[in-house]
Design a protein around this ligand. Structure first.
Ligand code: ATP
Length: 907
């Protein structure tokens, strides 16, 4: 076949309207795109990639950085500040005007940088979960990045996949596609390979699969006809692919809170202005300057920015621990998770299967060796039934083993099926040869709903035989006879129950095998054909060891007050044994899917709380279990991978999809994707989520009282007719310099040691808790005390007003620094080695602030600008002492609060 690049638009004889692919026959599509059953060759793929470009939608245009920067100024507070600056300039207070402008610019730059940072974090994450496509190239099936799909590629899709490009179907088996994003139709569309009238609208093109839609059921193969921007979705891409909004409920709460404070500050400022002017006889210009400075100081304008950074850092830290957050609010919700419902296979266990035992009606055998390497043997008496079972296991599966260069064996396909190939090798079979001798003619693929798989083969003697493997109780219910060395006999359920229990109780996953002889020439397979004549061959036990890191993570959940529930499709006894090994429960309460069916919603609410293991469940049960747990007020994180898991993932407070074995449907429904499918990563994400929440509390707990302290000091001075301890421009200086230094560091705080030793935060807990409120009041008061203490100390010492005020500004800086060290640990003392050492961010910020304060105090031009004056060494020591005293008082407070058990759920 000639694999020249063909673009249907450019070659005259292939000029087809691109909307008519659905009307072409399969052969016509193959010939137009110069491809076939074996797919494209590597060379032609490269040529086509060069011609058509990568298969991705053009990025939605991003705002120009300048536009982004200017948009930072579009906010009420900034308008207020700019007006204040203009007013100051008009009134001749040029320095004040410039400093206020400085505050405005600093805020804009901080906002701009944080937005960029947060967006970069999200971009990086988007790349981490870019979808893949299964294609046939050079006659072989390959998994490639969906961006590298080209026209003419043969793409294989199945339920749960996201279609990577527009495809003309050449094979379809019970295919249903959810095309709501294109057609708005919520009922999945049925798909087939027949031609459709050329004028059919998109919603009726049953022979096509469209890029970006999700397969709800079935399997199929299609030829790529359009990629990238030329796909149907590409044509309307302006409507989708919108960048994720950088907002969360918490941010909105803070925004509202910030606005409240702004209005409070403005009203207080107006009242204060009149009071200062009419009662205290301030000149109206002076009064105005004071209240403007005060309002600027007290409004936490930087707060939302710092909190967004905190969230973005959380997202990045979670990604580093293999948990990719798709929706920002999940970062907060994760921190309050009180129950994690997890799959078993692959999440809590390694999903590295090895057959350890085989039981037939005739004999038992154990199998030695670990992993997929075929070193080991089947140890037991001669048993022809077992030989048949091993053959059935090999043929009724699609996995392949590959020996890597380092000698280790890797599985391509289902791990359990891989283990059956290993078993065949250990039993002396040649997998490739056996598959050739027993060619497969039809199959019924495995489905979690019917829990078995069947394949139809032509035997070496020309007869037809079906091999089945699946959940043993399911197969036993279908069989009326069992195979023995002496021929077929009636099935003995009691015997098999014992065998199954034996294996399951040691944590093995048990699979049953059966066969059915069909008349020669049979070439298709349906469920009805399996209704009679099935013969049970036996069972095999698979060892799938628990992940050691999952054990540690379960223990961590225990101390963190988070319940762990296993929800599995596996047998109850197997699941219970694994739950025991992992430490989920000593004697796990096991409830099966059938039992869940028998419970009303209200009954399930009570049962779900006590149950640690839900076994033999299907995805529908998951949804009911999530709801039942939520009805108990719990915040539920739930894992899932299949297309049918999407509803429960959406219902859960944090839906978690598997990155490796998860379908695209599950990933789209989830808030978070686990790159390594590992339970321990969920717990790591919860740990980070709690840290983020703590850090947000620290940011608030530090920002509000420091602003409040200045506010109180000035209000107090005016109310009681005292001299102002700081001039307006000095207030503005403190505010600006602290915003760029200390104001940012709490976002970078590492977790406190006991983060996972606390109970989860209540779902409805408000951000500004009683303890935080107390802190805001108490610390504001301490600040005021410090300010006046230093001020009167200096005046009493005979210092000038300028020196006294310089000392006040320095004392505020010192108190802010020491208070920062205190607030870094909300739950324990700060007097530890690590606590006192700080972090790089803390030290840099403190260093920056100290340098700025030295400049403020000793540089002549700063003295001119801000009315400051150099201070003596002793005065410097006093300043630091005030900060130390602040830390000491607050550490005693922290100790007392914990000792007396106040605010017990918070500290
Ligand atoms: P989890 O939900 O924890 O991942 P699971 O992998 O055991 O558990 P399912 O994949 O739903 O859950 O499997 C349910 C049962 O179906 C298994 O216990 C097994 O008996 C049977 N089964 C699983 N995979 C196959 C397969 N490829 N062929 C035949 N039977 C299978």
């Amino acid at each position: 076949m000639n694999h020249n690049v063909v673009s249907p638009r450019e070659t005259p004889e292939t000029t087809v309207d691109r909307q008519a692919w659905h009307a072409l026959s399969r052969e016509a599509v193959f010939s137009h795109l110069e491809t076939g059953e074996a797919g494209l060759t590597t060379r032609s793929v490269q040529e086509r990639l060069a011609t058509h470009g990568e298969n991705r939608l053009p990025e939605p245009p991003r705002p120009h950085p300048l536009t982004r920067f200017l948009s930072q100024f579009n906010n009420t507070l900034i308008y207020f500040l700019i007006s204040a600056s203009v007013a100051s300039a008009v009134l001749g207070h040029v320095v004040d005007a410039v400093v206020i402008l400085g505050v405005v610019v600093v805020n804009a730059v901080v906002g701009f940088v944080q937005e960029g940072k947060a967006e970069k974090a999200l971009d990086a994450i988007r790349d981490m979960i870019s979808p893949q496509a299964h294609v046939v190239r050079d006659g072989e099936r390959q998994i490639i990045d969906a961006r590298h799909v080209v026209p003419g590629d043969l793409v294989v899709v199945e339920a749960g996949d996201k279609v990577p490009a527009d495809l003309r179907l050449v094979r379809a088996s019970s295919l249903l596609a959810d095309e709501a994003i294109l057609t708005g139709e919520s009922v999945p569309a049925e798909k087939h390979t027949g031609t459709v009238a050329p004028e059919a609208p998109v919603a009726e093109r049953a022979s096509m699969l469209f890029s970006g839609t999700i397969l709800a059921a079935g399997q199929g193969t299609g030829v790529v006809v359009e990629t990238g921007a030329r796909t149907e979705i590409g044509r309307i891409s302006a409507l989708i692919g919108t960048v994720q909004q950088l907002t969360t409920p918490l941010l909105m709460q803070i925004d509202r809170f910030g606005r409240l404070i702004t209005w409070f500050a403005l009203s207080a400022a107006v009242a204060l202005f009149f009071f200062a002017h009419f009662i205290r006889d301030y000149h109206w210009v002076d009064a105005l300057m004071v209240v403007v400075a005060l309002a600027v100081g007290v409004v936490p304008e930087g707060l939302p920015a710092v909190i967004t950074i905190t969230l973005a850092i959380g997202v990045r830290r979670m990604a580093a621990r293999n948990a990719v957050v798709r929706r920002l609010p999940a970062v907060e919700t994760l921190g309050s998770t009180s129950v994690i419902c997890s799959d078993k296979t692959g999440t809590l266990t390694k999903n590295e299967m090895t057959v350890g035992r085989i039981a037939t009606a005739t004999a038992m055998a154990s199998v030695s060796g670990a992993g997929y390497a075929p070193s080991g043997k089947v140890e037991g008496p001669e048993d022809p039934v077992r030989d048949r079972l091993v053959l059935a296991g090999l043929l009724c599966g699609d996995a392949h083993l590959k020996r890597e260069d380092d000698g280790h064996y890797a599985v391509f396909g289902d791990p359990m099926e891989g283990a059956l190939v290993t078993l065949a090798l250990k039993a002396g079979l040649d997998p490739a040869g056996s598959r050739e001798n027993w060619p497969r003619h039809a199959d019924i693929p495995f489905d979690a709903a019917h829990r078995f798989m069947a394949t139809l083969h032509a035997g070496p003697d020309g007869g037809r035989i079906v091999f089945l493997k699946g959940a043993p109780e399911r197969l036993l219910a279908m069989c009326d006879r069992q195979k023995t060395a002496a021929g077929d006999a009636p099935v003995d359920p009691v015997y098999w129950d014992e065998r199954i229990e034996e294996a399951a109780e040691s944590g093995e996953r048990v699979l049953g095998f059966a066969e059915l002889v069909l008349p020669p020439e049979t070439d298709s397979l349906s469920m009805d054909m399996l209704a009679h004549g099935l013969v049970f061959l036996g069972v095999a036990g698979f060892i799938d060891p628990p992940r050691p890191e999952a054990m540690k993570a379960v223990a961590e959940c225990c101390s963190a007050g988070i319940a762990v529930k296993m929800i599995t499709g596996d047998h109850g006894a197997t699941a219970a044994a694994i739950a025991r090994m992992l430490g989920i429960a000593e004697n796990p309460v096991v409830v099966t899917g059938v039992e869940v069916d028998g419970l009303s919603d209200a009954e399930l609410e009570a049962v779900a709380l006590k149950t640690s293991v839900f076994a033999r469940t299907s995805p529908e049960h998951k949804l009911r279990i999530v709801r039942a747990l939520q009805a108990n007020g719990l915040v539920v994180a739930m894992t899932g991978d299949g297309v049918n898991d999407a509803p429960s993932l959406k219902q859960a407070d944090v839906g978690i999809a598997m990155g490796r074995k998860g379908t695209e449907a599950a990933k789209q429904a989830a808030e978070m994707v686990l790159v390594d499918d590992n339970f321990a990563s969920i717990v790591a994400a919860v740990h980070e989520g709690r840290t983020v929440y703590d850090n947000i509390r620290k940011v608030i707990g530090w920002t509000l009282p420091t602003n409040g302290g200045e506010f109180l000091a000035v209000v107090f001075a005016i109310l009681f007719g005292l001299a102002l301890p700081m001039t307006p421009v000095q207030i503005l200086w403190v505010n600006m310099i602290i915003t760029v230094t200390l104001g940012l560091v709490l976002a970078f705080e590492p977790p406190e040691p006991g983060v996972m030793a606390r109970r989860p935060r209540r779902r409805d807990a408000s951000l500004v808790t009683p303890f935080l409120l107390w802190r805001i009041v108490f610390v504001s008061f301490l600040f005021m005390l410090g300010v006046f203490g230093v001020y009167f100390y200096a005046l009493g010492n005979g210092d000038s007003e300028a020196v006294a005020r310089t000392l006040v500004v320095n004392a505020i800086a010192a108190m802010e620094i020491f208070y920062l060290f205190n607030v870094r640990y909300l739950h324990m003392t700060s007097f530890t080695l690590t606590g006192l050492k700080g972090t790089r961010a803390v030290l840099l910020a403190v260093g920056g602030l100290v340098v700025a304060q030295f400049g403020f105090t000793y540089l002549p031009f700063m003295n001119d600008l801000f009315g400051s004056a150099p201070v003596s060494f002793t005065d410097g020591v006093v300043t630091v002492a005030v900060g130390v005293a602040m830390l000491a008082v607050l550490e005693v407070e922290k100790w007392l609060v914990r000792r007396l058990g106040w605010f017990a759920d918070e500290v």
